[in-house]
Design a protein around this ligand. Sequence first.
Ligand code: ME8
Length: 519
Amino acid sequence: MGEPYYITTAISYPNGKPHIGHAYEAIAADVIARFQKAMGRDVRFQTGTDEHGLKMAQKARDLGITPAELADEMTSHFIAMADALNVDYDVFIRTTEPRHHASTQELWRRMEANGDLYLDRYEGWYSVRDEAYYDASELIDGEGGEKLSPQGTPVEWTVEESWFFRLSKYQEPLLALFRENAEFIRPESRRNEMIAFVSQGLRDLSVSRTSFDWGVKVPGSDNHVMYVWVDALTNYITGLGFPHESGDYARYWPADLHLIGKDIVRFHTIYWPAFLMSAGLAVPKQVFGHGFLLNRGQKESKSLGNVTDPLALAERFGVDTLRYFLMRDVVFGQDGSYSPEAIVTRCNAELANSYGNLVQRTLSMIFKNMDGELVKFASAEADDKLLATVFEACHDELPREFAALNFSAGIDGWMRAVFACNQYVDEQAPWALRKSDPERMRAVLMTLFMAIRDLTIAIRPVVPTAADKVLDQLGIPGDERGITALAKADWFLARVATGERLSAPTPAFPRLELTEDEA
Ligand code: ME8
């Protein structure tokens, strides 16, 4: 078994159906998980839903149902979304599960035993939508002069008895963590924001509520439920069996990566490590705050009427196409925009016309001109050069960029290798060699066969279904589809030796056409 690699997404609020932002995060995490598996790592991938808190309680009240009913219904949509988008998680956690209550209460007891929790009164500006208190100095003025949180959500003045966590005590330890581990918060812009925020000084954090009861009960203080973020963040260790510190927890904690959106970086890089330090547990290795996805440059909202159902998008353009577009078009860490034109233009140019066409015409020629037979060949200089270029892109460049979460750069390197193959086809013109020099034609087609295998394995984490379809057509065994298999010597001779012929190929990526109302 390889080295462990533990990746998590944020757990989503199931107070409505999943939106494109949820789909984006789930897809990115799945690409990372599949990539790390392809690199030989023993991957654990967790996602789930954040079912407690005032936001859930209020939404359920508005709908005239219980919060549990709301959570059950909406969580089923999140699970369906993951399945539909080919998001291959290992654990889907729901914070209403009894094991999660037990785990969170144990974390609480440890923080209390360390002297970090005390009872006091809380007065402050609370945003239900963000489930967060804000300092008066952080508030902004709304259009009608009303107070808004820095995220632009309404805030209310709230007074209640509350447990407090001694966050102020962790200012120095957090700054030391950020200083000593430059990779702890990424991208760099988020890291700078958090350093600036902590440097200003940290106030103790209100971590319980008495005004409602939809949450995890505070041990020994039955009229309090924990602040939803205490319980939400703890999901990452509950899923590993905490408080049992053997087994999965021992193997996978600390997490290699918490993948989250830019709006919740503060919770993950300040509160969460402080809770963990307080409880005497290890902090995660990295938190990455990805950007927001905008619809033609605008935030989606019900009032603008531009909310897109990610499943409708996947159905319309194809799951692999949507996955490719999101990882290729958006610079990871920055905001991105999508539209039908952008998806169609990008995917037709790169997946259908460049990669798809390369595969289709090569396999058709092998099928028609060589009866689908694979043969040993003596390579010419141009063949070796092409294979070296492709190998460099697939074995070195793309994995190096993906490991650093630079997906669009990694795919860019891959695309250049696809272009090199297409240029090679045009220069070698295998169709013209059929009569004049059949041996050379075979060498050219076999070179392309080898190149396509490498290209397909490299891009497989992004477009798993289409890649497997191509690798099936090539006759590459299921256990030889990892990036680690690229460097395997003599794989081609072993493939030739099977004597298995290629069938007539079917296209991996058909061309997409925009409909009139999409244009
Ligand atoms: O924040 N584009 O849940 P959530 C990209 N329950 N990502 C987006 C986005 C957009 N337009 N909108 C939201 C929560 N996200 C908490 C998390 S974790 C212990 C608790 C991202 O359903 C958002 O940044 O509001 C977050 O990472 C995830 O979607 C879930 O958001």
